[in-house]
Design a protein around this ligand. Structure first.
Ligand SMILES: Cc1cc2nc3c(=O)[nH]c(=O)nc-3n(C[C@H](O)[C@H](O)[C@H](O)COP(=O)(O)O)c2cc1C
Length: 399
């Protein structure tokens, strides 16, 4: 099978992974409308080229927090990636390093913070933080990330409770785990995956406790799997984090302009506009649709990143043309990892970069700074008192 694009890797991942694992990765919350909306919103944004422009000095790189990225996207945090492949987090960090982009390690990762750093010594590594009931766990994670020279902290705020992932429930993938006979049989039908998992051992949430090799308590594992978060966490709690972390602090999971302003007021250094890839609030808007209002509110004071539904380099270009500083890619590199290990993940990142470069060349933009809203054929937002036809055919409505 020729693997030309992210979708090809997804199809191969579907073949190579047991259904339970593929669905964990691929699925979203409830009716998966938000997940679909993420895709539809990108599809509904055609790009308008500017022709006959000199694009000989093509460069799709960006600079953020004093670091140069070779392409304008980073690898998003993915919890429990070890289900796809043992040491998944380390393999993804290495792939990101080879592609010249940052890798964000999830709190719910299955490779120790220090091991990920050792596997990719000169990678741009960021740490994602979930704050669970016991705040001391988060404090230890932040301290360890700092000691391991992680460069930015990303606080995820869209999981006060886990979204209802119905594909997982149907497979019996929940706390406590009750795998169906069909799921067990399916695993047996994927011997290469099974063998790797048998060799690597079942994935554990190894970053919850600091001591090397000590097993993580079943209670803490269950809390993370069911995403039992600290519901007393508020904007005021950012002060607590600030005292622990003096590097760049980003807030991930915002969709509203008012929240973006709150993040700004409470000292965030960046925002990731995100609906968690459609895995949390199924009624949430597409992240790319929520982006413009947030950019208007923030007025360039801090960088705004976006994720959710990026499957082509042109999606990244659309996000940048609207004003995002960078995009994150979540499932895409994981499909690559499932289809071909570290090399597969790298192939996906390289494909996205090549697609972004080709798209920008076709638009007549040789640097990301040359991208702007004029490149995006965005329908004007309709006023509440305006008939639907006015937005689509302004001339006709005026006549
Ligand atoms: C299987 C899976 C696990 C995820 N785990 C985390 C996580 O631990 N922390 C987090 O902040 N986001 C997590 N996310 C959300 C991603 O970081 C990202 O926001 C999302 O995947 C972007 O959408 P995309 O997959 O369409 O690119 C997860 C997403 C998936 C698909």
């Amino acid at each position: 099978m020729t693997l030309l694009n992210v979708n090809d890797h997804r199809r191969r991942a579907r073949r190579l992974l047991p259904r339970l694992v593929f669905d964990y990765l691929d699925g979203g919350a409830e009716d998966e409308r938000c997940m679909q909306r993420n895709r539809d919103a990108f599809e509904a944004l055609p790009l308008i080229p500017e022709c006959l422009r000199d694009t000989r000095s093509m460069d799709i790189g960006i600079e953020l927090f004093d670091r140069r990225w070779r392409a304008p996207f980073a690898v998003a945090p993915i919890g429990l990636a070890g289900l796809v492949r043992p040491r998944a987090d380390a393999l993804l960090a290495r792939a990101a390093r080879s592609a010249g982009v940052p890798f964000i390690l999830s709190t719910a990762s299955n490779t120790r913070i220090e091991e990920v750093r050792a596997a990719a010594p000169d990678a741009m590594l960021w740490m994602q933080l979930y704050v669970m009931g016991e705040r001391a766990i988060a404090e230890r994670i932040v301290r360890r990330a700092r000691a391991a020279k992680f460069e930015a902290l990303v606080l995820t705020v869209d999981v006060p409770v886990s979204g209802l992932r119905e594909r997982d429930l149907r497979h019996g993938f929940r706390v406590p785990m009750r795998l169906t006979p069909g799921t067990l049989l399916d695993m047996a039908c994927h011997p290469a995956w099974l063998l790797r998992q048998a060799r690597g051992g079942a994935p554990q949430f190894v970053n919850l406790l600091p001591d090397d090799g000590a097993p993580v308590s079943a209670q803490a594992q269950a809390a993370l799997l069911s995403r039992t978060m600290d519901r007393s966490l508020t904007w005021e709690s950012l002060g607590w984090l600030r005292r622990l972390w003096d590097g760049p602090l980003l807030i991930k999971g915002l969709l509203g302009a008012q929240d973006a302003l709150r993040a700004l007021r409470h000292g965030a250094d960046g925002i990731v506009v995100s609906n968690h890839g459609g895995r949390q609030l199924d009624a949430a808007p597409a992240a790319i649709a929520a982006l413009p209002a947030i950019l208007d509110a923030v007025e360039g004071r801090i960088p705004v990143l976006v994720d959710g539904g990026v499957r082509r380099g042109s999606d990244v270009v659309k996000a940048l043309a609207l004003g995002a500083r960078a995009a994150l890619v979540g499932r895409a590199p994981l499909f690559g990892l499932a289809s071909g290990g570290e090399g597969g993940a790298l192939a996906v990142l390289q494909t996205l970069a090549q697609e972004a470069e080709r798209t920008m060349t076709l638009l007549g933009a040789s640097h990301v700074d040359e991208l702007g809203p004029r490149h995006v054929d965005r329908p004007e937002p309709r006023r509440r008192d305006e008939p639907a036809t006015a937005a689509i055919h302004p001339a006709r409505a005026a006549a």
